[in-house]
Write a protein that binds this ligand. Structure first.
Ligand SMILES: [Zn+2]
Ligand SMILES: [Zn+2]
Length: 345
């Protein structure tokens, strides 16, 4: 079977590996689609502190069960599944509190275990027991769409932690894949006005098409004034930065109304000279909610939103690549070319 193996940062090799076999408590999934995430790109291009090489990346996985050990209960061969990437301990305080994405002992498919950029994926016994496979019952949902469950579940995590009602004005900074998914989720939850701040002209246009109510770009001072004007002088109720620059965080604090809520969804990684004015959290009594990945429950909710048709991710499918074109796919993601690139098997 073919696997895209990351030997070290920057060195991705397509290898013919021995066919995976599954043990008595395990399940074998034939991967059908795996969405490329910015996290994959980061591991590929600069590496990651805790990543052990060689590793097969890919944690946004859709596939079909092709083999099952005789002690692996609750699943059948032939079922179409989404693979929730987090294998949790099930015992720690976070797990019992349904915050299992924060589990002290979580092991992630595509990071601690080999992931979805290979033809067949072995689901370890702990994963089967932890029910990381979400069976898809809606036949109309294709594998590419199913591969959006994980990133959508990350948006469910942040938005479920915010207090909103239909008249809350939400601003999303950054109109890439995660910004777009946050928009679709907000609209599905009944939020009437979702505004976008985005520099890239192409993304402004596609953002309007996708359903953002207004799009703003330009100089920071101008954007602050425009958002004020668009919200009757108040500022936004909720801001979710979906890009890693500290400038976005600073802008978020400046356009929020007093008592507004910041969804701290995207970690800040780019070092530049902007120092977010964090005292605004104090002066404006801003609430900050962090989110990191998604729990099993978030995945199930995201799956349900796609299955019932409340969210349609088809407009977000921009590029499909074969497994041996994964490096090219990474390039699309790096260049912010389209919304998403999916490895299709
Ligand atoms: Zn991801
Ligand atoms: Zn745990």
């Amino acid at each position: 079977m073919k696997a895209a193996v990351l030997e070290r940062p920057g060195e991705l090799v397509i290898k013919d590996r021995e066919m995976a076999v599954c043990g008595d408590d395990e399940i074998l999934v034939k991967v059908e689609a795996c969405n490329i995430c910015k996290t994959d790109l980061k591991c590929f291009s600069v590496g990651q502190r805790d990543l052990i090489y060689p590793r097969v990346l890919g944690h946004e996985i859709a596939g079909i069960i092709v083999q099952k050990g005789n002690r692996a209960m609750g699943y059948h061969v032939g079922q179409r599944v989404h693979v929730h990437p987090g294998i949790i301990c099930g015992k720690c305080d976070y797990c019992t509190d349904k915050k299992d994405n924060l589990c002290d002992h979580v092991q992630i498919m595509g990071f601690n275990y080999d992931g979805g950029f290979q033809e067949y994926l072995r689901i370890p016994a702990e994963g089967v027991k932890g029910r990381i496979l979400n069976v898809i019952s809606n036949e109309d949902l294709n594998f590419e769409e199913i591969s959006f469950i994980e990133p959508l579940a990350c948006c469910v995590n942040i938005q479920d932690s915010l207090e909103m009602n239909p008249s809350s004005v939400m601003v999303i900074i950054g109109g890439g894949r995660m910004g777009a998914l946050n928009l679709l989720l907000a609209k599905a939850s009944g939020i009437k006005r979702v505004l976008l701040i985005e520099e890239n002209e192409k993304r402004c246009k596609s953002g309007m098409k996708l359903g953002f109510d207004q799009v703003f770009s330009g100089k920071t001072e101008d954007i602050i004034e425009q958002i004020k004007a668009a919200t009757g002088g108040m500022g936004a109720d909720v801001v979710i930065p979906c890009c890693p620059g500290p400038g976005a965080l600073d802008l978020a604090l400046k356009i929020l109304r007093k008592n507004g809520q910041l969804g701290y969804f995207s970690g800040v990684i780019n070092e530049d000279d902007v120092r977010p004015e964090i005292n605004l959290i104090h002066y404006k009594e801003i609430s900050v909610k962090g989110s990191y990945g998604c729990s099993c429950a978030h995945s199930r909710k995201a799956k349900a939103l796609l299955e019932c048709g409340k969210i349609d991710v088809k407009p977000l499918i921009s590029h499909r690549v074969r497994l041996d074109e994964l490096a090219l796919g990474m390039k699309f993601v790096k260049n912010s070319d389209g919304y998403s690139t999916i490895v299709k098997f």
